[in-house]
Design a protein around this ligand. Sequence first.
Ligand code: KIV
Length: 273
Amino acid sequence: MSTAKQVSANKVTTRTLAQMKAENKKIAMLTAYDYSLARLLDQAGIDAILVGDSAANVMAGHPTTLPISLDQMIYHASSVTRAVKHALVVVDMPFGSYQGDPLEALRSAIRIMKETGADAVKMEGGAEAVESIRKIISAGIPVMGHLGLTPQSINQFGTYAVRATEQKEAAKLLGDARLLESTGCFSLVLEKIPAALAKETSRTLSIPVIGIGAGSDIDGQVLVLQDMLGITQGFSPRFLRRYLDLGEQIVHAVEHYIRDVKSSDFPDEKEQY
Ligand code: KIV
């Protein structure tokens, strides 16, 4: 009997995303960090799942993405890949796993690919990250770039406000996007930048450009799952559309359970042995 993971015939690959851009089909991407929710996203037919370092925020409650470690990212990513048969799984390289040295970056990316079975990695930064990105791509590992608001640089930015509103930063972003494409990135995420700049970037590049807070004239969208399901509290940026108020529903369900336990209503006769 084969022990190989059962992968669906229509598994999304980096080539599928390229094809989708060529055919003008929008790419839908969401984050996931655990088996149960990743399984539901895959069942729903999501094109791509990002195991984002936003796990540091939504799973661990850190105010920034900086504290999450490579081992923790590998734990989250391997939980996700165990669930996914269809979607492309991309894993964020965490802060400190690639910035210093291209060889260390390569070792980190190889650990992610070997220990999680993911399809690709994502890295923040343009020219400053390009040597590491080149090294990783040369080992046959697909890399998704990430420009605009790059949360691993929050201490340098000092704010989560919209990036590249000034001409100088916009020109750098466009130059970095071209550089990432020519270095071999298969795709690019643009976070929280003006829609017009995202549109220009997406039209300039032949690789798929996926936005979060970057408007609609772009090849795809990504959101943090807990944000769009209404689980995250106290976070409502303009770009976020909430598709559920799951946080409220969970609180109601738990209140109901507490009442039932306290009143001895749960379990009833049918719920016992
Ligand atoms: O970590 C993350 O969730 C991300 C998305 C916001 C793109 O990088």
